[in-house]
Design a protein around this ligand. Structure first.
Ligand code: SF4
Ligand code: SF4
Length: 467
């Protein structure tokens, strides 16, 4: 983990500037023409009304540090780089094409490298981000413990005793949906359509392969129903998005190289993702590894193969197989930032929902305004995350929807908590959960649409080895 290293910092007039690798790109910073068109899209600006809490304000600060007008370790700079949700809403509306995400990520990397963090924070980041997410087997073991906690009755006893509240973990506990009965382990399940037209490789992801494993299975069934053979390649790990967001670039690059290696055996098959945040990170491996001579080209090729599941289904040749089972429900769609802004995918999820017979889709206000989840933002910056969550819940419940549909695990957990806090009873589902229901779920397999092969022998389910 990065510790304070001031010796390699550029000093201008007594102010510390950027130093070492991963500096915010001065050309990208210069692209900002200060027009202010991004301000109304920025959630933190909407909440505070302050210029410094806007994309334009933050870009000014990043440039000021590079130009020697602001100290890298100025607390205001630190505050703004981490108050930002990295939701990329500013990027999507910028007429100058300012690529904001990599800029704020580089600024955070500079802070992580050069600014000392208190020991408890360093330990929490090392265990929570670097260690836990480095090996999918560790995540599966952690989620297995959570599953036991939820299903054994222990959760009810602990809650009655008020323990989560006393430990300050009540919100984290409330955020957790019922964990899927069985994790999806790479290499152990494969879906084969009755008439295969193509094959795809499913990116399992830490949360979708464990907590939401049944949604990944639903995605695989829906893909198979539409002619794709679905494999879950062995050896894949976390996408590294959390590490990138936290400015831990070495850890993120390490994970990216592992994933590129794991997916090379599947040739040019599309890499299909059910988590918007992970999809956005995978599509940026080319940028993340651009200075690595051994991986730069491979990273570009890998990123070009990545598709969000709604993007993949929206592009199925001959059109989507029409779902026939009515799902009689009023729903509203909340857009994950990393789908709408980072990947610019807005039409396909709505198109898939519109294809479901009986389903009524009612648009909510501010569907694409960040819900406050933003990686671990809702755990470390609670006040602003709660304010955004409450606003989102209010907009969702105002539609009268029984179900709020989204396409990212972080959003799903944040929505669940916010809706409960608002006293609402709407459930939260992924787009593919509803589509799968409309295809008949597992019954479609029994009817011969596809087969699920669970007899695979080669998997990465062996106990975790030490690094
Ligand atoms: S919209 Fe783009 S160019 Fe205009 S202020 Fe925002 S980042 Fe700068
Ligand atoms: S990424 Fe989101 S929160 Fe950060 S400056 Fe851009 S719009 Fe605002």
């Amino acid at each position: 983990m990065a510790v304070a290293v001031e010796a390699d910092l550029v000093q201008i007039g007594g102010l510390r500037g950027y130093g070492g690798d991963d500096q915010p790109d001065p050309d990208l910073l210069r692209a900002c023409v200060h027009c202010g068109m991004c301000l109304p899209s920025c959630p933190t600006y909407r909440l505070t009304g302050q210029e410094m809490s806007s994309p334009r304000g933050r870009l000014w600060m990043m440039k000021a540090v590079g130009d020697g007008r602001l100290d890298l370790l100025d607390p205001a700079f630190d505050e703004q780089m981490y108050q930002c949700l990295n939701c990329r809403a500013c990027e999507a509306v910028c007429p100058s094409g300012v690529h904001y995400g990599p800029l704020v990520e580089a600024a955070r990397q500079q802070l992580e490298t050069h600014r000392p963090r208190p020991l408890p924070q360093r330990v929490a980041r090392r265990v929570g981000i670097a260690w836990l997410f480095r090996d999918a087997r560790r995540m599966r073991a952690a989620v297995a413990a959570l599953r036991f906690y939820q299903r054994s009755g222990l959760a009810a006893v602990v809650r009655r005793a008020g323990i989560p509240r006393r430990l300050g973990l009540a919100d984290l506990e409330a955020m957790m949906p019922p964990v899927s009965r069985r994790a999806l382990v790479p290499g152990e399940e494969r879906w084969v359509p009755a008439h295969p037209e193509r094959s795809v490789a499913l990116f399992n992801t830490c949360m979708m392969g464990t907590v939401f494993a049944d949604t990944n299975r639903a995605a695989a069934r829906v893909l198979a129903h539409n002619g794709s053979a679905v494999d879950v390649p062995v050896g894949q790990q976390c996408c590294g998005a959390l590490a990138v967001h936290a400015g831990m670039m070495d850890e993120a690059r390490d994970l990216a190289r592992t994933n590129i290696d794991a997916f090379e055996a599947s040739g040019d098959d599309h890499v299909v993702v059910t988590a918007a945040g992970c999809g956005a990170a995978l599509k940026e491996y080319g940028h993340l590894l651009k200075d690595d001579p051994a991986y730069a080209g491979r990273a570009e090729r890998f990123s070009a193969r990545v598709r969000d599941v709604s993007e993949e289904l929206g592009a199925v040749g001959g059109g989507l197989v029409p779902p026939t089972r009515p799902v009689r429900r009023r729903v509203t769609y909340q857009e994950p930032c990393h789908l709408a802004h980072a990947q610019r995918i807005t039409i396909q999820p709505r198109m898939l929902l519109a294809a479901i017979p009986g389903l009524e889709l009612v648009e909510m206000r501010e569907s694409s305004l960040c819900c406050g989840s933003a990686g671990i933002y809702n755990l470390i910056r609670r006040a602003m995350a709660d304010e955004l969550g409450d606003r989102k819940a209010g907009n969702a419940l105002a539609t009268g929807a029984e179900t709020v549909v989204t396409a990212n695990p972080g959003c799903a957990m944040q929505l669940r908590t916010s809706i409960r806090r608002a006293g609402g009873g709407a459930d939260v589902r992924h787009v593919v959960d509803l589509l799968d229901e409309a295809y008949g779920g597992e019954a479609a397999g029994r009817a011969g649409s596809w087969a699920c092969d669970r007899a695979r022998t080669k998997s990465d389910a062996v106990p975790a080895a030490a690094d």
